[in-house]
Design a protein around this ligand. Structure first.
Ligand code: CA
Length: 421
């Protein structure tokens, strides 16, 4: 789902991504405290008006925005707020899965086999999609698998009802209103009847889990029936995903990234998505492909990713990885898409080992880690339990002062040391 809510997840995914995954039971939570599902401690304002009052006021706004009275009244016929949407929107999970558990379910053997079957079944359409959008079929099918389990799990909520609930009493009323207007425009355009417009509680729709504004920008009619049907047409869904990746800068023929080995002594501060170097420069620093040789232009720009710190697998990731992040701004998600795409081709096996014995930090632990770093003069940003760039930088600075590898990866051990007087 991509939502514009916060730039975090890109257009279509903000909330939706995380959410949708959880809502669908696909991947219950992101390893990395993704933005979408990670609510902030915002005061929960109670609506000052009844739903009917809100709806009547919003109706005037929608009509002013060009929505016909008939479209609006048909879409809102019988619509009442959905308490489960409010509950989901306000949930603040205490525990998230570590990246290796997330990958185990996201790139399970069953999903790989399923994906390979879908590659074959959609071969003709995928050939045309590759030719038109320049995005490799494995990447497109991998996102399809991640978002909706290849169309099998699109969510089951009425999108108008979910968005109306968020606009009326959610934490992001502006998001709800903007998406609702876009959803009504889609209905008015005739792409889908209101009864078939289903998705996640956060308004991520169809097989692509596009939020309505992302749909408006990137959904395409590729099977030629005149409707952009990301619900019932796999061809439209696949082409829409490829169109979005293409618009996000996907380069055909470039890998999303690949696993690497680091030299015995290495400056782990280089592992930062904000640092980009040509592959040739990484090679000069001693970074080597973990297995085999890769036929990639040595001038290709890449960043070093250590999803579980210096003890876990390392990856060099390219601009295609960043294109996947526009779909859903979680490095765990993008890594899963990349590894699933590789797995569809028989690859995707890792050489490095995850630190599976590590105790996981709860949200409360992460907040404490941030508070203790800041107390010691390492500015970790707001203590919200989300490990972002500021927290990683602060943790690196702290790790340097105690002689630990400065990978910026939060561990129970680091928290323990910070608790010591
Ligand atoms: Ca169509």
């Amino acid at each position: 789902m991509r939502k514009p809510v916060s730039p975090v997840v890109g257009q279509r995914c903000l909330l939706a991504v995380t959410l949708s995954l959880a809502a669908f039971g696909l991947l219950s939570s992101c390893a990395e405290a993704p933005t979408r599902g990670a609510p902030s401690a915002v005061a929960q304002a109670q609506p000052s008006q009844s739903f009917d009052q809100w709806r009547d006021g919003f109706r005037a706004q929608a009509l002013a925005a060009g929505i016909s009275a008939q479209t609006f009244d048909t879409a809102f016929d019988g619509i009442e707020p959905d308490d489960s949407v409010v509950t989901a929107d306000r949930s603040q999970p205490e525990f998230t899965r570590p990246v290796w558990q997330y990958l185990d379910s996201a790139v399970s053997p069953a999903r790989v086999r399923n994906g390979q079957d879908h590659l074959l079944q959609n071969d003709a359409a995928l050939q045309r999609i590759e030719a038109r959008y320049g995005v490799e079929r494995q990447a497109v099918v991998a996102i399809w698998g991640m978002e909706s389990n290849f169309g099998a799990q699109m969510g089951s909520k009425n999108v108008i009802r979910s968005l109306a609930t968020l606009a009326y009493e959610g934490r992001r009323p502006d998001f709800g209103r903007d998406q609702l207007i876009a959803a009504l425009q889609i209905l008015q355009h005739g792409d889908v009847p209101a009864s078939s417009m289903i998705g996640s509680w956060a308004g991520a729709m169809g097989q692509t889990q596009f939020i309505p504004t992302t749909y408006q920008r990137y959904a395409v009619d590729f099977d030629g029936d005149g409707r952009r049907d990301i619900w019932a047409s796999s061809t439209d869904a696949l082409a829409s995903t490829a169109n979005y990746l293409s618009a996000s800068g996907w380069q055909r023929g470039q890998p999303w990234g690949f696993e690497v080995r680091l030299p015995p002594t290495f400056d782990y501060a280089q592992a930062d998505m904000e640092i980009r170097k040509p592959l040739a420069e990484w090679q000069r620093l001693g970074v080597q492909p973990a297995s085999g040789n890769l036929a990639v232009d040595p001038q290709t720009s890449a960043s070093l990713l250590l999803p579980a710190g210096y003890r876990g697998p390392a990856f060099l990731v390219t601009d295609n990885f960043r294109a996947i992040l526009k779909y859903n701004n979680s490095t765990s998600y993008a890594l899963a898409v990349g590894l699933l795409a590789d797995s569809l081709n028989g690859g995707g096996q890792l050489v490095g080992h995850w630190p599976v014995g590590d105790a996981q930090l709860s949200r409360t632990d992460r907040v404490e880690l941030q508070q203790r770093l800041s107390e010691r003069g390492f500015a970790a940003g707001s203590a919200d339990g989300v490990i972002g760039a500021n927290t990683r930088r602060a943790l690196r600075d702290y790790q340097k002062t105690i002689g630990e590898p400065a990978d910026g990866y939060p561990t129970a051990d680091a928290l323990q040391r910070l608790r010591a007087p």
